[in-house]
Design a protein around this ligand. Structure first.
Ligand code: ATP
Ligand code: MG
Ligand code: MG
Length: 548
């Protein structure tokens, strides 16, 4: 149960409420609309929304859209969809860009207090002046401009009197601080670019470290949860809140970001994969975007359970992707109807079965759940089995089909292989078998036992289908110093097969999920499935050695 798991952030909230610091807690999920959400964001979404929910608080979805050049309304739309699909409803929807005027006014307040100044140093010079961890920084020659001059220049910056990079507004804190973030950080920069929300209204844009605490304060956020990289920025966060004298005082709390094996999880890298067409868009089933996981066939329940299980801590860790797979298996084991599909077909002719006869066999949709009902599967003289399920010269302990051997066809009869038909190249193209009517499934036949059970489909009735099988997109083992993640792309990450499914799959809809006997869990692909052709994505295979 989600409400019973404890974590250090929850304990902070409990204490703050007990001390009467807040009547109600407010959290926020603050994505920058510069890409699609990924499973790492899901961790933050689950954490923020469920934390508020447990204490009857509120959660805002806030677009942290303070950088005009990378942001786009396409991303705004996808982010809203993904949060909702994950099962969460925000209390308020906000755009940080709607606070530009307020942020500007806070900057005026800082200037008037002598806490901010307009600086003419270039970006490189600012960096040079900042110093290092070992050396104190040097003060900017513009640091002691008068309040009057600063107000005039900042106003002129806003009015577009200067070019990009010509001037910045900086906080006036301490160039000798051991924390580099406190050495007169930049608060505003000039960017002459159109913004997805404010258009050309602004040509100065607030920096993250200045904007974020103000966004939180303006919304009355009580607990501003972010990832560990911002721990060293917290003194600046607190400085902004204190010096701007905001009405409410949010508290920043950091936790470790989610990392997963065998994949990439930064928007910058994901965008590169999409832009360079290495993957099939932001919803490629091989990438850990929410859209990709959805198209692969992951359910919101599985993702939420995964996020709860990995927990919230401060120490860095990499989670095995198999843990994510564990949760989709668990969810679909209960929900997904069973069916049979042949991915690499080999024709079998049952020589003693009557010509032109089709018999309907009954099969349960989920052996663990009677309520899921049964379906009818046609059986006739010609069927398909998997190529892998036949060997002409099998090794010891091969219990599938080979000349002279008998196996069980799931839900049907025992068949025995008598003859192997080959083409001119010597490739096997057909098997001739006989069936034993006595062995029909469900009749309680116990006369003799066979060791192999094969899945199959009826060759005359089955529907053609495409199967997309995946391997990890990134091979972690190969990582070497200085290598780009693009050098670690797995060339075999996508395999496409043409096979067959049971005829009653004609009613399958995009995003329907099935357990294909022996092959794993599959999702009907929403992008490529048409009325004529079903396309399946393998979500995950059936078994794993992974234990949690
Ligand atoms: P990326 O590094 O992938 O670009 P980001 O942190 O820049 O991610 P934002 O849009 O700023 O992306 O993220 C919104 C929220 O999601 C932030 O609060 C951020 O801390 C959180 N978040 C992003 N990535 C992860 C992750 N891997 N694990 C946990 N939380 C994350
Ligand atoms: Mg960010
Ligand atoms: Mg980022």
């Amino acid at each position: 149960n989600k409400t019973t798991t404890s974590n250090f952030i929850k304990n902070i909230v409990i204490q703050d409420l007990a001390e009467g610091k807040h009547k109600e807690i407010i959290t926020r999920f603050p994505p920058e609309p510069n890409g699609y959400l990924h499973i790492g964001h899901a961790k933050s979404i689950v954490l923020n929304f469920e934390l508020a929910e447990q204490f009857n608080g509120k959660t805002n979805l806030r677009f942290d859209d303070t950088n005009p050049t990378k942001e786009d309304t396409e991303y705004v739309k996808s982010i809203k969809e993904d949060v909702q699909w994950l099962g969460f409803e925000w209390d308020n929807l906000y755009f940080a860009s709607d606070y530009f005027e307020e942020m500007y006014n806070f900057a005026i307040r800082l200037i008037k207090k002598g806490k901010a100044f307009v600086c003419d140093l270039s970006a490189e010079e600012i960096k040079e002046y900042r110093g290092t961890l070992k050396e104190p920084g040097k003060e900017s020659p513009y640091r002691n401009r008068s309040v009057e001059e600063n107000l005039q220049l900042f106003q002129a910056m806003r009015e577009g009197k200067f070019k990009d990079g010509e001037k910045v507004l900086r906080a006036r804190i301490d160039m000798t601080s051991p924390n580099l973030n406190m050495r007169d950080p930049v608060l505003y920069r000039i960017v002459h670019a159109s913004h997805h929300n404010t258009g050309d209204k602004w040509c100065i844009y607030p920096m993250y470290d200045y904007a974020h605490p103000l966004e939180d304060a303006i919304e009355g956020v009580t607990h501003s949860i972010c990832t560990m990289e911002f721990e060293d920025h917290r003194p600046l966060y607190d400085w902004v809140i204190q010096e701007c004298e905001t009405e409410s005082q949010p508290k920043q709390i950091e936790f470790a970001r989610l990392n997963l094996t065998n994949t990439v999880m930064s928007k910058r890298k994901l965008k590169q994969l999409v832009d360079e067409k290495i993957v099939d868009g932001w919803d490629d089933p091989r990438i850990p975007t929410i859209a990709g996981l959805r198209r692969r066939g992951y359910t919101p329940e599985a993702i939420r359970n995964f996020c709860r299980e990995i927990g919230v801590a401060k120490s860095h860790s990499v989670v095995d992707e198999q843990m994510l797979e564990h949760f989709i298996r668990e969810d679909l084991n209960a929900k997904a109807p069973r069916t049979m599909a042949v991915l690499n077909p080999l024709k079998v002719v049952i020589t003693n079965y009557p010509e032109n006869q089709i018999e309907m066999l009954e099969a349960e949709n989920n052996p663990d759940d009677e309520k899921m009902g049964t379906r009818q599967i046609p059986f006739s003289k010609e069927i398909y089995i998997e190529q892998e399920d036949f060997m002409e010269n099998p090794p010891k302990k091969y219990f599938r089909l080979f000349p002279g051997n008998e196996v069980r066809l799931k839900h049907a009869y025992f068949i025995k292989c008598n003859e192997v038909i080959k083409d001119d190249h010597g490739d096997i193209i057909e098997l001739r078998c006989t069936y034993d009517p006595e062995t029909k499934s469900g009749t309680g036949f116990t006369g003799r036992k066979v060791k192999g059970t094969l899945h199959w489909v009826d060759a005359t009735q089955a529907l053609p289908a495409t199967f997309r099988l995946f391997e990890p997109l990134i091979l972690d083992e190969k990582q070497e110093e200085g290598e780009s993640f693009l050098d670690q792309i797995n060339p075999n990450s996508l395999q496409i097969l043409q096979g067959f499914v049971e005829p009653d799959m004609k009613d399958a809809e995009p995003q329907d999920k099935f357990q294909l006997f022996r092959h794993g869990y599959f999702n009907v692909d929403p992008k490529y499935t048409t009325k004529e052709q079903l396309v399946f994505n393998r979500i995950v295979s059936l078994k794993s050695s992974f234990k949690i």
